[in-house]
Design a protein around this ligand. Structure first.
Ligand SMILES: [Fe+2]
Ligand SMILES: [Fe+2]
Length: 232
């Protein structure tokens, strides 16, 4: 499913009051927030942590858009889309234990981890299949894009192999806000979680110029993000 993606889609509606979204999406969203929270309850509260992460990323990305000069309406619509970006982790074919490895993930395990992006986009596609108003709606395009592309990189090494700079700014904002939060979550193989400074230095490529994030982000955009986070 390929859409004509542009940043101005974010200004074309209002998530809370839009009639198409009220008719075709709000109930689904409500139900799926509940379903995500209770997902994998016996598995170290997987869903609760997932939802908390999605919440933080949605808020942080919306703040970054405002910082970049996007309207408040655009930021709020983005936030409503980002609340679901990792929904693919709850897909029936996806095993969440891939996130609780005792060791650093191998290249193969990293590919499995990132499969959730395409699975999430496929979940939205199948839900909207019989809802033509929803498929045409800018919010659907935005939500589909941030879900499918939030692990893309400038060097094209992401799961869809897209150069993220060919995608709208809001997608790049999704990638940056998601990485920052993800980098600060303590994984079982780490002794302690990274500080904000450590995460930003890694993302800026300052810590290790050949590290995980070298070639991941647009340098100018990443520098602006770091400036915003430092001011917080
Ligand atoms: Fe993700
Ligand atoms: Fe995420």
């Amino acid at each position: 499913m390929f859409f004509d993606l542009r940043d101005d889609l974010l200004d074309q509606y209002e998530y809370a009051t839009d009639p198409v979204l009220q008719k075709d999406l709000h109930a689904w969203d409500h139900m799926h927030i509940g379903a995500m929270i209770s997902y994998g309850r016996g598995f170290s509260n997987f869903g609760r942590q997932l939802m908390a992460h999605q919440n933080r990323v949605a808020r942080d990305g919306a703040n970054f858009l405002r910082y970049l000069g996007f309207s408040n309406r655009a930021a709020k619509n983005f936030r409503a889309a980002m609340m679901f970006h990792d929904i693919g982790k709850t897909h029936s074919s996806y095993n969440p234990s891939i996130w609780a490895l005792d060791e650093r993930p191998t290249a193969e395990q990293k590919i499995l981890q990132k499969k959730h992006a395409a699975l999430g986009a496929a979940m939205f596609e199948s839900f909207a299949e019989k809802k033509p108003d929803l498929i045409r709606h800018p919010h659907f395009k935005i939500r589909h894009a941030v879900t499918l592309y939030h692990h893309e990189r400038v060097d094209g090494e992401g799961p869809q192999e897209e150069n993220v700079t060919s995608l709208p700014l809001f997608v790049q904002v999704a990638c940056i806000a998601d990485s920052y939060d993800g980098d600060r979550i303590r994984r079982p193989h780490q002794e302690q979680r990274r500080t904000p400074r450590e995460a930003l230095d890694r993302m800026l490529g300052l810590e290790d110029p050949r590290g995980k994030y070298a070639g991941a982000f647009n340098r100018t955009l990443m520098t602006k993000y770091a400036r915003m986070k430092q001011a917080e």
